[in-house]
Design a protein around this ligand. Structure first.
Ligand code: PGA
Length: 226
């Protein structure tokens, strides 16, 4: 079964640093068996085109997504970047990451609006939830071919420990019971080369959302390689 690894680079690095790390990652993964893995890079949106060109130039088998999209479809919304603008370069978008919910006060209504915009413009949403409450607040009456739910406890984000595996599996089952059949379940928060293995071995977990340990090519490669 293919496991999806989303590398959430957040607001880190400038363009040369991003390019250098991507080159290193390509070298580390070159010739390795990635048939059971799909890596999706989530760079800062300002580097999206550059990363997309580098991936194409070097024939790297990586997917590309964004960390967020605007609540608005188009118009006078200074500083915003819409789903329609990124869809030619990206296939995925995170929606409702806990940092956005907490720091940018994204409500369930905003999250549902962004999911709808993703679907309208052909981006696969990766809907981030912290709890059963977040999950139940999603409008599951969706006409979605494919979508992902990422379960993350904000307390574990940025740390070195992951959620208890039993609790993650229980949450995965809850997701499958509440959501459309095509949903894929991923886990995030504290994922590292050390903590990734048991998570990726679990049939209930379709992949990982990796933050700080995705910034260094060596640790990201270690997480990805079976
Ligand atoms: P972390 O972040 O891997 O640094 O814990 C995960 C996330 O916030 O998506």
């Amino acid at each position: 079964m293919t496991k999806y690894i989303f590398a959430n680079w957040k607001e880190n690095r400038n363009l040369p640093e991003t390019q250098t790390e991507l080159t290193k990652l390509g070298e580390l993964l070159s010739g390795r068996d990635l048939s059971q893995r799909q890596l999706v890079l989530l760079p800062p949106v300002v580097f999206l085109i550059s990363v997309s060109e580098q991936i194409a130039r070097s024939s790297l088998p990586f997917g590309l997504g964004v960390q967020d999209i605007s609540t608005y479809e188009e118009g006078s919304f200074t500083g915003e970047v819409s789903a329609r603008m990124v869809k030619d370069f990206a296939s995925f978008s995170l929606v409702g990451h806990s940092e956005r919910r907490r720091l940018f006060v994204e409500t369930a209504e905003v999250v549902n609006g962004k999911v709808a915009l993703c679907l309208k413009f052909g981006l696969t949403p990766v809907i981030c939830v912290r709890s059963r409450e977040d999950l139940e607040a999603i409008d599951w009456n969706l006409d979605a071919g494919k979508l992902f739910v990422a379960f993350e406890d904000p307390q574990l984000i940025g740390g070195e420990e992951v959620e208890d595996l039993i609790k993650i599996i229980e949450f995965s089952k809850l997701v499958q019971s509440l959501t459309p059949a095509e949903v894929r379940f991923i886990y995030g928060g504290g994922v590292s080369p050390r903590t990734a293995r048991p998570l990726l071995s679990s049939p209930e977990i379709d992949g990982l959302l990796v933050g700080h340990h995705s910034l260094k090519a060596e640790s990201l490669a270690e997480i990805i390689l079976p």
